[in-house]
Write a new protein. Structure first.
Length: 434
């Protein structure tokens, strides 16, 4: 492997915690509340309960793979080793879809957030400017990118803790039990994508394993501490936001029937007032939650696309690094271009759902790879082994599979788009190989 194919090792466990939490934390700030009209408080809570089980089981199973095979391709490398190039390609493509389509949705939310301060600019131009800025930071160097990610993640975590501290004194149990299942138990399945959005992209930590100092030890510490932090923040945010005044008031602004992407400000408005200084301060700090995930997933997406190019499953130029910064510049620029095109469609809800389809396909293929490697490569050095085998990875596989089927049923149009992307890309891959 040439020097231009090498990534720089500079990340420790604290940086990995920052990346893991940062990839996900925007899901606490927006998006999850859109599952409430479909599922209600109870429906979304049940969906989230099972999704938490899936993510905890998946994270520790995935950590075993990441420590045994510390490569930038993550799921792609594991599936390729377990099943060969065809399944490897599908696993890698699912991962690319998740990581490439999640940032445009977050960028649009950043634009919607900042347009109140810069109304003359507009949502889409702000989103595109954000893409260019944070892609540039990622090109400049992984350590610089990770330090920036760590800082904004810490600020975002503190903001959520402050939000919980303000709202929990006003919590009333009756607000959790009002209209809990507006569409019956079928709403549990309809709410699944929004429960996944709470934790989407946590697996991105594995994609920087090749840039981690002592990955066999530090990936476990970073992954484990990140998922514990995120579960606590999810439970705090869900309970405190809904408990203030019921779920309807954090979905719809007064007098509106259009779902809002700002559940936390809507909850705060009932306590401190819409125009108070505290409200403006908390909203201003809240932008860091969106920035943390946006920037972090861009980082992980670059590594996934880079590995696709390096192994020859995409144009080879994508598998090279910048001569000075040792970062996958060309892969990052390609992902930015696709992301900007997605933003221009304006279909943020569908973009989120496509990213969730990619994530679930990745989880299913990864867990199948896990079992295959355990059976056929027992001699593979595994510095960390998931406890509770085979129940823990089995639970992750079953819940991900059921969720995938349920999402397909409730989002048939988006499911067809996802399968079309997977099918066309696989066809091009096979033709190119011939």
């Amino acid at each position: 492997m040439s020097e231009q194919d090498q990534l720089d090792r500079s990340l420790g466990p604290f940086m990995l915690w920052g990346l893991g939490v940062g990839y996900v934390i925007s899901g606490m700030y927006f998006g999850w509340n859109l599952g409430l009209p479909a599922g209600g408080t109870l429906g979304l809570a049940i969906a989230t309960f099972f999704i938490i089980i899936m993510y905890v089981c998946f994270t520790f199973s995935y950590t075993e793979l990441a420590c045994a095979i510390p490569k930038a391709g993550g799921a792609f490398d594991y599936a390729h080793r377990a099943f060969g190039e065809n399944i490897g390609f599908l696993g890698g493509m699912a991962q690319n879809i998740e990581f490439i389509f999640a940032p445009p949705a977050i960028a649009y939310a950043i634009g919607a957030y900042l347009v109140n301060w810069f109304p003359a600019v507009g949502i889409i131009p702000i989103a595109i400017i954000a893409y260019c800025i944070f892609t540039g930071i990622n090109i400049f160097g992984v350590k610089t990118a990770a330090i920036f990610e760590l800082v904004v993640t810490i600020i975002a975590v503190l903001e959520l803790l402050l939000f919980a501290g303000i709202t929990l004194p006003h919590f009333e149990m009756v607000n959790l039990t009002t209209n809990p299942l507006p569409n019956g138990y079928s709403g549990v399945f309809a709410a699944i994508p929004f429960a996944i959005w709470f934790f989407l992209a946590i697996e991105g930590v594995a994609n920087v394993a090749e840039e981690t100092i002592n990955p066999q030890r530090n990936v476990l510490i970073g992954f484990g501490s990140a998922i514990v932090t995120l579960v606590i923040l999810c439970l705090l945010t869900f309970t405190s936001a809904v408990g203030v005044n019921g779920w309807e008031t954090i979905v719809f602004e007064p007098g509106s029937i259009t779902p809002s992407d700002s559940p936390l400000p809507l909850a705060l408005a009932h306590i401190v007032g819409k125009d108070s200084a505290m409200m403006h301060l908390l909203i201003g700090i809240g932008i860091f939650g969106l920035v943390a995930s946006f920037h972090g997933i861009i980082l992980a997406a670059g590594r996934a696309t880079f590995e696709f190019g390096r192994i020859g499953f995409a144009p080879k130029m994508l598998g090279t690094t910048h001569s000075k910064f040792k970062t996958p510049m060309k892969a990052l620029l390609l992902n930015m271009t696709i992301g900007i095109l997605a933003i221009l469609t304006g279909q943020t809800g569908d973009i989120i759902t496509i990213a969730c389809f990619g994530a679930l396909a990745l989880y299913i293929i990864s867990m199948l790879s896990f079992f295959k490697l355990r059976k056929h490569e027992p001699q593979l050095e595994r510095p960390f082994k998931v406890p509770g085998y085979p129940i823990v990875p089995g639970l992750a596989l079953v819940i991900a599979s059921v969720s995938f089927v349920a999402m397909s049923y409730h989002n048939m149009k988006v499911a067809l788009i996802f399968f079309a992307i997977m099918g066309v890309s696989f066809g091009i891959f096979k033709l190119a190989k011939k």
